[in-house]
Ligand binder design. Structure first.
Ligand code: HAM
Length: 413
């Protein structure tokens, strides 16, 4: 039997990585709560049509990247490649329409069979938010504002750039679509095979192509802004005004269309130049016809998602590393080792971070305490137990003293 390996594109998260990961998740959750968002958790797998009907058959995510399988009941299921479609499904199947507007936050694993590279995995994690039931551009401003607050708390304002564009409403998209079809049809023989397929099914998606040849043509293609209805122009202007008022810097990128089919009006991405090819940290937009296209009531939506792994990669370690201050407890003999668990629990009850050093003689245990970057060591053995005392050593200064057990917590805080 061959050696057991991780599946390509998956990761084992080690304790340090998880510290950073939890820091990002906690910070995002707290910010979302402060904005009045409640947390939603939907399943990691859904009936395949939840994604196939919504994300667009021409999008790479559906066309090439989903993990789809038939389960033992004969149902076709798909591991979720993103969170929005599952939330839209939940909105419909759980009858959430009566609760609009809904402001939802989520966090969890997503699955895409992409070519793995740094910052791109087959199982990765997103934090994300969705606002459902609000047609006003102020909802777009709100979700971008929340993203900006989170990125600010992570210390990333200087390291990323907000790119924004509008795809307009249905009428704008239709006229833009027509001119794109006309333009690309004239140069059909220069298009990649994928883009030729898109030309028939969803020409807007050609603008998202990564193919070198396609990119040259795209640079000359007509821009969406010239085909916007007055209403769509006004909508976009109000989003930008909101961002201006908040002092959130942005750059209008007329080629930004995003990889999923459900968008209209605002689309945006926070990008960085620090992560090589996988430079999109956070991305989203408005999707006013998604829920209706899935058979639900017409309900507007706007939101974004960010890759947690990419955010972690960007963080300065001092952001997530715990501040020193851990306390080691060292049983000096057999009685001390047994008692150490009880004493450690008493101190943990008072919110002190106690690491019980479990093996070795006192000298070895002391070395381990130093290595774990503890600031104090508590030593307890038979002599201390009999006197109801403990020895404490300051591992920074090296000073040692004996203190009554009852005074210990006070001494260490
Ligand atoms: P997305 O652009 O497909 O949008 O993904 C959002 C973010 O997830 C990306 O910007 C990136 O940070 C991260 N990401 C995507 N794929 C990978 C991967 N293979 N490995 C690591 N990170 C990855 C969506 O998922 C939409 N649901 C966003 C949205 C919410 N739009 C409206 N509401």
């Amino acid at each position: 039997m061959s050696k057991l390996q991780r599946v390509r594109g998956t990761r084992d998260m080690m304790p340090d990585e998880n510290l950073a990961f939890r820091f990002v998740e906690g910070l995002a959750y707290n910010n979302a709560s402060k904005f009045g968002f409640g947390e939603i958790e939907t399943p990691v797998f859904e009936f395949s049509e939840v994604f196939h009907r919504t994300l667009g058959e021409t999008s790479d995510v559906v066309h090439k990247e989903t993990y789809t399988f038939v389960d033992r009941s004969g149902d076709s299921l798909t591991l979720r490649p993103e969170g929005t479609a599952g939330i839209a499904r939940s909105f419909i199947s759980e009858g959430l329409a009566q609760n609009i507007p809904l402001k939802l936050y989520y966090s969890g694993p997503m699955f895409r069979h992409e070519r793995p590279q740094k910052g791109r995995y087959r199982q990765f994690n997103q934090i994300g938010v969705e606002v459902l039931g609000l047609e006003t551009p102020m909802a777009d401003v709100e979700v971008i504002n929340l993203a900006w607050n989170i990125l600010g708390d992570l210390g990333l304002h200087q390291k990323c750039k907000l790119e924004i564009n509008t795809l307009g409403d249905a009428a704008s998209r239709n006229s833009y679509r027509d001119v794109l079809v006309e333009f690309f049809s004239k140069h059909k023989e220069q298009l990649s095979e994928d883009s030729r397929m898109r030309l028939e099914k969803n020409p807007l998606r050609i603008l998202d192509s990564k193919d070198e040849g396609d990119r040259k043509l795209i640079a000359q293609a007509p821009e969406a802004k010239n085909y916007l209805t007055p209403e769509a122009q006004d909508f976009f202007a109000r989003v930008l005004k909101g961002l201006d008022a908040l002092g959130i810097p942005y750059e209008i990128n007329p080629r930004l269309v995003r990889g999923l089919d459900y968008y209209c009006h605002s689309v945006f991405e926070f990008t960085t130049t620090e992560l090589g090819a996988q430079g999109t940290l956070l991305a989203g937009g408005r999707y006013d016809s998604l829920i209706e296209s899935m058979g639900g009531p017409k309900t507007a939506g706007v939101g974004w998602a960010a890759g947690i792994e990419r955010l972690c990669e960007m963080l300065a370690p001092e952001k997530w590393q715990p501040s020193p201050g851990k306390i080691a407890i060292i049983g000096a003999d057999e009685r001390g080792e047994i008692e150490s668990h009880k004493l450690a629990n008493e101190l943990r009850q008072q919110n002190l971070p106690i690491e019980n050093i479990l093996s070795g003689n006192v000298g070895k245990k002391m070395k381990k305490a130093n290595k774990s970057q503890c600031t104090w060591a508590i030593i307890i053995g038979s002599a201390e137990i009999d006197q109801n005392q403990v020895t404490i050593k300051n591992l920074v200064s090296g000073e040692q003293e004996i203190v009554p057990r009852g005074d210990l917590a006070k001494k260490l805080t």
